[in-house]
Write a protein that binds this ligand. Structure first.
Ligand code: IVH
Length: 672
């Protein structure tokens, strides 16, 4: 078999395995085997760029290219559905349809998925375009991002599909992925997504399709449009679509009577809690397209369909008091303490009040009867106050001005909604939070130590900051209650081992605001020694890829504090790694210092990510789009025509792979 034949074979096999895994949920090979096939395909594709296929399964892996979305007009406008909230309105809809049609009809009952809608166009069995709803008439072309969603087929199966058609559906982030993502964002101190819908639409609009690929989005398709659909029935067409490889929900029933509609609604109102994705109602559609055409449309929505929205679960309870939590960064979160109330199967005693503005906007008073809701969000929230039942003379909630833990005055930074306690060296929850972060697995990974032990050591006065960990002694620990010799030994061993944790992770472990793992890596490469970083200016910092003013200012603020400077010195004396190790330093040069380089096309010797790393290792900066300031383009095969045109226009030199490798003094890997 020639390499080209093997490429075709691998593409076909991987399309098939994608379908088995992501649509049918029934894989026939292991994940490792899948990865192996994918890598084989990627390697072959890199060697034969002329055999590029824009719908190859390898595009699922995403690319790092930055793009702005192109706006395109929908072939058929994307309308929304009329909403109803009561069973009476459902009855009215049913009677209206019945009267207008004057004949028997069937209703297709489906879940209303709570994500972000998408319209996909297929031509000759291939995905050619994916467009968001936008304003209904025009939307954003997000094809490249959508291609990374594994349950959306790039190439269709079987036959019988029209040569050109559109299929619409909902892009969703499953609950488990959403919870994982928010945990990760919390760790990185990035703002949390309020619900899976926001997370899905935020992800879909990401400028970086590799990010989209990593976020594990899913999609259900629920509406086919086109000239030559196989059947008159909407339900039947969707069953057909599922045979072409689309993920169509199993939860679809064709019914005739109003009673059957209510049975469906009542059943799924409860059962939906067990579904892997968020839903917010039921959609009812007249099944026959002929009848749909007869019923027609109003200006905004079809007359042949309606959405019944589930009630967000809501309860009325009393606000007992407002307490304030202090986070590791000093951010103050006001918390409503409530008279316990049953909501969505759990007892709610507390709800977040977010910030001072929200409290003020509700004019909250202690003793108020408040509405608590738990909709798509995981944390219950207060959505309103029953002012009429407010007890007379009840005090208004006034936001605190001093830290509830250490008494320091609170500050509010410009453009931020939160208040902060700035006493980061002596405020107990901040100190404990910082130590917990420092010892965590992805930071210094000190095994044997956990939040309870940190609390114990802190209460006992053994540790006040992270550097104190390195002066802990056996007998200090052993004399504490609940601390045996064995655990003490483990803790000390864990601390000792942390001395070999590389500099970039130490930087992350310090807990400098906005310096998450990725930023820490970039900073460590650009400033391979903490003394260099300490001296860095704002200008030098923002010159580093992905470091903006906010991060740069936070780094400057950290080192401007003499207490932090002292802490770093104590860590240095303890033997903590504060510079890049000799091995990685050895390879580092400044051959590309000051140069802004754009990567484009397909490469033979290294992956795109490896080239990115090489550029940074040699002091250059990766950029995502061409401008006058671009120093050169590292150009592989198949560079996009619009990039080429722009480069020529701005007179930006192209450097090929071999020239680039010579320039940084790397040998060209031998061809195999
Ligand atoms: S059908 C013309 N079916 O709800 C009707 N929509 O307000 C086309 N949605 O924008 C839509 N689940 O994003 C349809 N099973 C379902 C749906 C569904 C969720 C969303 C969709 C649409 C909105 C309607």
């Amino acid at each position: 078999m020639t390499d080209i034949e093997r490429i075709d074979q691998l593409r076909e096999e991987l399309h098939f395995h994608n379908y088995r895994y992501y649509v049918l949920n029934a894989p026939v090979i292991s994940d490792q085997e899948f990865d192996r096939l994918m890598r084989e395909l990627q390697d072959l594709e890199a060697r034969y760029p002329e055999h590029y296929d824009e719908n190859s399964p390898s595009v699922r892996v995403g690319s790092d290219l930055n793009k702005e979305f192109r706006q395109v007009e929908h072939n058929y406008p994307m309308l929304s559905l009329g909403n109803t909230y009561s069973q009476e309105e459902v009855t009215e809809f049913y009677n209206r349809v019945s009267k207008s049609l004057g004949e028997d009809f069937e209703i297709c009952c489906e879940m209303k998925f709570d994500g972000t809608s998408i319209s996909l166009t297929y031509e000759n069995g291939k995905l050619v375009r994916a467009v968001t709803r936008g304003d209904g008439v025009r939307g954003d072309d997000v094809t490249e991002n959508v291609k990374t969603i594994r349950s959306i087929p790039l190439v269709l199966h079987g036959n019988g599909y029209p040569s050109s058609f559109e299929i619409r559906g909902e892009i969703l982030m499953p609950w488990t992925v959403f919870e994982e993502l928010n945990k990760e964002r919390e760790r990185k101190e990035e703002p949390l997504f309020a619900n899976p819908r926001n997370a899905a639409s935020g992800t879909l609009k990401s400028q970086n399709s590799a990010v989209v690929a990593s976020r594990k989005l899913d999609a259900y398709l629920y509406y086919l449009l086109g000239e030559n659909l196989p059947h008159d029935g909407h339900f039947e067409n969707l069953q057909e679509a599922s045979r072409w490889g689309f993920k169509v929900s199993d939860i679809m029933r064709k019914v005739k009577t109003l009673q059957e509609v209510f049975d469906f609604i009542n059943y799924w109102d409860k059962e939906r809690k067990n579904l892997p994705v968020a839903t917010d109602g039921i959609v009812l559609k007249v099944n026959s397209q002929r009848q749909q055409r007869n019923l027609g449309y109003t200006a905004k929505s079809p007359r042949w369909a309606i959405a019944y929205k589930f009630q967000a679960e809501k309860a009325l309870t009393r606000l007992l008091k407002v307490t304030y939590q202090v986070g590791r960064t000093g951010a103050i979160t006001p918390v409503a303490n409530l008279e316990p109330v049953q909501l969505s199967g759990t007892i709610v005693k507390r709800a977040s009040l977010h910030n001072a503005d929200i409290i003020a906007s509700m004019d909250l008073h202690i003793g108020d009867n408040v509405y608590v809701e738990k909709g798509g969000e995981i944390i219950p929230k207060i959505t309103g106050v029953d002012v009429a039942s407010r007890p007379t003379g009840s005090p208004r909630v006034v936001f605190i001005t001093e830290c509830p833990e250490c008494g320091s005055p609170l500050v509010r930074y410009e453009d931020e909604a939160a208040h902060y306690c700035t006493n980061d060296v002596a405020c107990p929850p901040q100190i404990k939070g910082k130590i917990e972060h420092f010892i965590s697995r992805r930071a210094m990974n000190i095994e044997g130590l956990g939040p309870e032990t940190v609390d114990l050591f802190y209460q006992d006065g053994l540790i006040h900051d992270v550097a104190d960990l390195y002066s802990l002694r056996m007998d200090d620990i052993c004399r504490l209650e609940r601390m045996g010799k064995k655990s003490a030994e483990n803790i000390l061993k864990g601390i000792e081992r942390s001395l070999s944790i590389p500099y970039e992770r130490v930087l992350f472990a310090l807990g400098i605001r906005f310096v998450g793992e990725t930023v820490a890596k970039k900073v460590a490469r650009a400033f391979p020694d903490i003394d260099k970083l300490k001296k860095a200016t704002l200008d030098e910092l923002i010159h580093v890829d992905e470091i903006g003013e906010k991060i740069a200012a936070s780094i400057l603020r950290y080192f401007a504090n003499p207490k932090n400077e002292e802490l770093v010195e104590r860590l240095r004396n303890a033997g903590v790694q504060l510079k890049l190790s000799a091995t990685s330093l050895g390879k580092q040069t400044d051959r590309l210092a000051g140069l802004s380089i754009l990567i484009s096309g397909v490469f033979a010797h290294h992956s795109r990510d490896e080239y990115k790393a090489l550029i940074e290792l040699h002091g250059g900066k990766n950029v995502g789009s061409i401008s006058k300031k671009t120093s050169f383009i590292l150009a592989g095969e198949n560079m996009g025509p619009s990039k080429l045109e722009k480069a020529t226009k701005l007179d930006i030199p192209l450097v090929n792979e071999e020239e680039f490798l010579q320039r940084i003094g790397e040998s060209i890997p031998a061809a195999d």
